[in-house]
Design a binder for this molecule. Sequence first.
Ligand SMILES: [Zn+2]
Length: 173
Amino acid sequence: MSERFRDTGERLWMLAREILVVCPRCGGRAVVVVHPDHRDCDHGPHDKVMAPHRLSCPGCGHTDAWTPRRARKGDGDLFFAGGPPLAVPRMTGPEDPFFGLPLWLRHRCRGRILWAYNAAHLDLLEGYVSARLRERHPYTGSGSLVEHLPAWIKAAGNRDEVLAAIRALRTRL
Ligand SMILES: [Zn+2]
């Protein structure tokens, strides 16, 4: 933990390489990753987010597969790959964007849910919330992850409670 936090412009999709979720079969900790057979998926948000994903649970052996589906009315962002438009998974929380499963790292805080995809995401949140001085990234374009954080996480008055929630989540790792 440091006094100063420097925004490196990290986006949520960059942290989504490994998403910890609650296993739908046993309730243990499962993980969602880009399918291991998939190549060339790290060039940008769409290559990454639209790649096939796999769910696997080390506890019970459950696996599941996800591939992009055709867009429906009311879907947000669309992805065009030559055929009919595909729905871009929404990178939000507190569910995973692919299977819609509850995230493993979620904790009630200030009447809301603090959530993270993985340990690196928790590190980023903790560094940001605990810092006394926050330096903006000069070229964030559409906005970095921390710029999109909700106001209740950024509020100085909530700092201690948010940090306590982050510590509670670390015990689940
Ligand atoms: Zn399981």
